[in-house]
Design a protein around this ligand. Structure first.
Ligand SMILES: [Zn+2]
Length: 93
């Protein structure tokens, strides 16, 4: 299956997963993860709590990005206050 949205590299996702693993589960403080747009080339931080990160990763194929980095025309994104979760299985219209 090919999708027309930049997919995060496995390296980037594993970096964020490692960040999550070294963070306390019960903290309400947002943690700076790497924006996963366009393979992470933008280098910006996207802030999620541990619980928010776990929820975003519970969907099978997602990219977690800063809200402004959702590709134009993509309708499969869920917006939160500090971040957006792109469902990579949803195509452009
Ligand atoms: Zn980005």
């Amino acid at each position: 299956m090919s999708v027309d949205v930049a997919q995060p590299t496995l390296t980037l996702v594993s970096t964020n997963d490692r960040t999550r693993e070294t963070s306390p589960d019960d903290s309400a403080d947002p943690i700076p993860f790497l924006c996963e747009c366009d393979g992470g080339e933008c280098g910006q931080s996207v802030w999620l709590t541990a619980a928010e990160y776990d929820e975003a990763r519970a969907m099978h194929a997602t990219a977690i990005v800063v809200p402004a980095h959702v590709p134009l025309g993509h309708t499969g994104a869920t917006y939160a206050e500090r971040y957006a979760v792109i469902d990579l299985a949803i195509l452009y219209d």
